[in-house]
Design a protein around this ligand. Sequence first.
Ligand SMILES: [Zn+2]
Length: 259
Amino acid sequence: MEETAEVKVAKPKIVDTHAHLGECCVFGGFTTEEDLIRRMEECGVDATIVQPYPGAKDFLKRHDEIAALCQKYPGRIFGLASLSPHIGRDRYRKEVERCVKELKFVGVKLHTIGHAVNPLSEDGNLVFETAHDLGIPAMVHTGAGIPFALPALCIPAAQKYPGLNIVLAHAGMGIVSAEAQVAASVCRNLYLETSWCLGEDIRWMISTIGPDRVMMGADLPSNVPVEFAKYRALDLKPETYDQVMGKTATEVFKLHWSN
Ligand SMILES: [Zn+2]
């Protein structure tokens, strides 16, 4: 008689790769812990990667608060450092190192518009170099905020640091999404986080760049259900949906699950 073994397949994780906590004196607005958790529960998000807004008045305090959330919700909240590289090389590197080594954050942000950073500048390079040295991905704001936010400005860093994964946040945000697609087609280590993109642009990126380099992000709590609606409307194959909704992020940010 044939033995039947019960094979348990773990449910694929859903990851929102782009969220913020606290205040933003650059763009306005404030996101609370309750805002984040409520939308995660409403939409079935398993884990969210949380960063300070570029307009955080005290990035040290925000990093600590995000670390406290990671402790409170293990495996559900992951931290990502965000601070201006204009504060000076030593201070910058010290804080990103603290975030990665002590607070266990999974990436660092280069905010082209919020921190006024040209990815081609010396301070822009400081972000890429620091991420490369610490073995974490760098997420770069693209879209609104041209010229610094042009996706192509990340190509030189992607080529200089082939071992560094660079996530193009907002993947060009609709207006320069074609450029984000071209940049990703040129560099294997460029990834596309698609918050605020058009649904059909997301479909095009998935079919041309590949689902293993596309990831869902929402940016704002009220946009979490909107991004879910966009992805669901694309009628993707289940394995493609699972990849872009969580697997890509899990691989790129090396997320570890406690369960
Ligand atoms: Zn954002």
